[in-house]
Design a protein around this ligand. Sequence first.
Ligand SMILES: [Zn+2]
Ligand SMILES: [Zn+2]
Ligand SMILES: [Zn+2]
Ligand SMILES: [Zn+2]
Length: 320
Amino acid sequence: MDSIECISYSDGNDEDEIQPHRHQHQAPGPFSSSKPHSNVVSSAGIRPTTSVHELLECPVCTNSMYPPIHQCHNGHTLCSTCKTRVQNRCPTCRQELGDIRCLALEKVAESLELPCKYCSLGCSEIFPYYSKLKHEAICNFRPYNCPYAGSECSVVGDIPYLVSHLRDDHKVDMHSGCTFNHRYVKSNPREVENATWMLTVFHCFGQSFCLHFEAFQLGMAPVYMAFLRFMGDEAEARNYSYSLEVGGNGRKLIFEGTPRSIRDSHRKVRDSHDGLIIQRNMALFFSGGDTKELKLRVTGRIWKEQQNPDGGACIPNLCN
Ligand SMILES: [Zn+2]
Ligand SMILES: [Zn+2]
Ligand SMILES: [Zn+2]
Ligand SMILES: [Zn+2]
């Protein structure tokens, strides 16, 4: 990048002039010469050339640019996020940046139709440039975030990849089967902080489920919460149900529900109280009454629901 000379195309915004900015040493591309702009962007359905696509990439952060797209006096473009960070100097030519909008490029973008960025993962949809981003945020083919709750893990991927990531990188316990029996022991439950949690992964029905166990403060009261998340989409999660049971000292609490998709963050599930919630006093009572030690025995079961043609009822908390 150090060899970039500032090539001025301030005398016009046509393709011939813009092209050399990122492809200085190449011959003009197939669409670059002698064709009017409207042909370059083409009609719906025809894939735009890479070069047009690259034009809409911010040369500073390489993200796609959305209005307002800015440019310097020499015509170097940059996105609005980068503009606020460069202290009024063009990152390309170091000239004063000013406040010039690149309307021409914004218009080019408007007329583009682009494939979803997850096309390599199976999405075949094509979108106008400005609605592409909106779709990609909810695309069913988008990768999943790592469901591990204890840290801000930024790993993303498909389910098989995340399962091995949980096992290898987070050392999460893996179990097979649709029933479980877990003991959660804590010698000094008074020390429980907001961030106490445990994750176990279960494999059954050819799917993977995350069992979360967390301690947090609910209002003034410390509570424990156990819940299940499905490693897959929400629609698929509705094909399964689970129950959790905790008890001792002749008392018992049972929760039955539908696992939430890992598309919903563990925090979101937690905050919606969609799981088995145990008040700490009750938890200590289950642990043996007078003891100061927390010893909770949580048993559970996962099962597959009968076919569910209408997709099931919507849990209020799920739909906000
Ligand atoms: Zn940028
Ligand atoms: Zn510049
Ligand atoms: Zn998509
Ligand atoms: Zn992770």
